[in-house]
Each structure stands twice: as structure tokens, then as C-alpha cells.
Design a protein around this ligand. Structure first.
Ligand code: AMP
Length: 284
């Protein structure tokens, strides 16, 4: 027995309508595939939250800018299907780009303020692509619940806002970041790293740990906390900092002065040619 796959958006919609008519609670975990333990944590929680568990695998062209890694993004559908089966996924939805964005496609969703700054500033159009595909997937799969990782912190806030602003009847669950035992946040893009780069990539989580230690010791000056992270990141060769920022955990407005409300320390850095992100929420 292999897990069932659905490739056609219209077939997906028909299946979802039938589940809804039967009163079944539908859970969707959207991914770009090349599954790892972070994705599996979403699937495991999803399994507990509903009756029908749908995993979507779609490397969404709309969220990649020119010159980004769309064509070389890691893919292994056979392995992903085996992982999905072990996670007791009911249906894997694997649409083709041409089925999601047929000729003449021209409609996009923009979450204006939350997409500014951080990854949205460095990756022009990225969150328009993310919001658009998540909305499309939700129309096709009709989930009651969707799960996302806080690893992609800005993405989660963008999606929460879109769901609220567009009156979608949908519960959104943000799941903790799953890490390797040495601290590296799991990411499909870790597959790009050479052995040496893999060691250097540890600086991201080490920077967050150093900030966490300062915070626990009582440090509340945003400038000091950000500089602590930057110092650790820049202590290694071959790491190019893209951004280190402390922002309000909900609005993502830059946090300045003394921290008085929850904030997220977000980092992005290039290890060789690979861009990695990580974050830590600090709650005073
Ligand atoms: P992706 O396939 O990278 O687009 O990720 C699909 C979903 O898995 C997103 O909601 C991510 O935030 C989540 N995710 C990716 N990496 C991790 C991780 N290390 N821990 C928890 N969730 C993750």
C-alpha cells in the first residue's frame, strides 16, 4: 500500500468537497517537499487535529525571485511519499506548476505591511507568492486546520494576517522549530551545504543561543541583543550576514530601546551560496 497522490487541482477540490459533505475535519500541511523532521512534526500534530490529513508538495514558482534556487531546489518525490505514508498522511497533493498557474494567470494576494522588511525586503515578491499559493491551496483542499513552522516566522505572520483579513474560516497552528542535536534548524536547503559549510551554518543557532543567554541574564537593550547575535555570526569566515533584526513578535515592527513586549530575533545569512534563516522569540 502506498499513500494516495492527487495531481489535479480539480480532482483535489472534488475530494475535499466530499470530505466536507461527510462532516470530516480536514487538515492541510503545505510544503515544498524534500521532507525532514520539521515537516514530520507538522504532520504528526496534524494527524492529531483532524480526520483527513492532506500534505501538499509544491515548489511554488511564484515565491522564487529571478536568480533564486527554483530550478535546483532539492526534490525527491519517492522518498517524500514514503515519509508521508509513515506519517499516516491520507492524500498527498502534488500539483504541477502549469495547473496552479495556467496561461493567463494574473491574480495575486498582497499582505502589505507584514511583507515589508526581513525576508520580504531581500526577496522581492516572495510573500506575495507565498500568500497566493496558500490561499489557492486552501480553496482546493478546504482545510479546517493548517499547520506551519515558526522556522519561517514572517511567513506565519503573513498567513495569519491574510486568513484574518480575508475572513477565511481556518485555524492556523504555528509549530516550534525542529533542530538537529547540535542546534542547526532543519531545512530542505541544508542539503546544499558541504561538510565545512554545515559546520559554519551552526553559527546561526549559536548566535541565537548567545542572545538567549544574555536575555535570560536580564539584558533588555535591543541594540545589545542584536549586536550580540551579529558578533557571533561574524566570528566565522564564510558567513555573510543578510540581516539580524529584533522585531515585535506579532506586528514585526522593529523593536527599539528597551524590550517590554515579546519580540522575535530573526537572522538570515549566506553560508557560501546557501541562504539560511533562523529565529528566536524573546518574551520579557
Ligand atoms: P518548506 O517545505 O520549507 O516550505 O516548509 C514547509 C513547512 O514546514 C513550513 O510551514 C515551514 O515553516 C515548516 N518547517 C520547515 N522547517 C522546519 C523546522 N526546522 N521546524 C519546524 N517547521 C519547519
Amino acid at each position: 500500500m502506498t499513500v494516495e497522490t492527487v495531481r489535479s487541482p480539480s480532482e483535489m477540490r472534488v475530494r475535499a468537497a466530499a470530505w466536507r459533505a461527510e462532516g470530516r475535519r480536514i487538515v492541510l500541511v503545505p510544503t515544498m517537499g524534500y521532507l525532514h523532521a520539521g515537516h514530520i512534526s507538522l504532520l504528526d500534530e496534524g494527524r492529531r487535529r483532524g480526520d483527513v490529513l492532506v500534505l501538499s508538495i509544491f515548489v511554488n514558482p511564484a515565491q522564487f525571485g529571478p536568480g533564486e534556487d527554483l530550478s535546483r531546489y532539492p526534490r525527491d518525490l519517492d522518498r517524500d511519499l514514503a515519509v508521508a505514508q509513515r506519517a499516516r498522511v491520507d492524500v498527498v497533493f502534488v500539483p504541477e506548476p502549469a495547473a496552479m498557474y495556467p496561461p493567463g494567470y494574473q491574480t495575486f494576494v498582497e499582505v502589505r505591511e507584514l511583507q515589508k522588511g526581513l525576508c520580504g525586503e531581500r526577496r522581492a515578491g516572495h510573500f506575495v507568492g507565498v500568500a497566493t499559493v496558500v490561499l489557492k491551496l486552501c480553496h482546493l483542499v478546504q482545510p479546517h486546520v493548517t499547520l506551519f513552522g515558526t522556522k519561517d516566522y514572517q511567513q506565519l505572520q503573513v498567513i495569519r494576517r491574510m486568513v484574518s483579513d480575508l475572513d477565511l474560516e481556518l485555524e492556523i497552528i504555528g509549530m516550534p522549530i525542529v533542530r538537529e542535536t547540535d542546534g542547526l534548524a532543519l531545512s530542505s536547503r541544508n542539503a546544499y551545504l558541504s561538510g565545512d559549510e554545515r559546520r559554519r551554518a551552526l553559527l546561526l543557532s549559536q548566535a541565537l543561543s548567545a542572545v538567549h543567554a544574555r536575555f535570560v541574564a536580564g539584558e533588555r537593550h535591543t541594540f545589545v541583543l542584536v549586536e550580540q547575535a551579529r558578533t557571533v555570526l561574524e566570528s566565522g569566515s564564510g558567513v555573510r550576514v543578510d540581516y539580524v533584526e529584533l522585531r515585535d513578535a506579532e506586528t514585526l515592527v522593529p523593536a527599539e530601546g528597551t524590550l517590554v513586549s515579546p519580540a522575535v530575533l530573526a537572522v538570515a545569512a549566506y553560508i557560501g551560496a546557501t541562504r539560511l534563516i533562523d529565529n528566536l522569540v524573546l518574551s520579557p
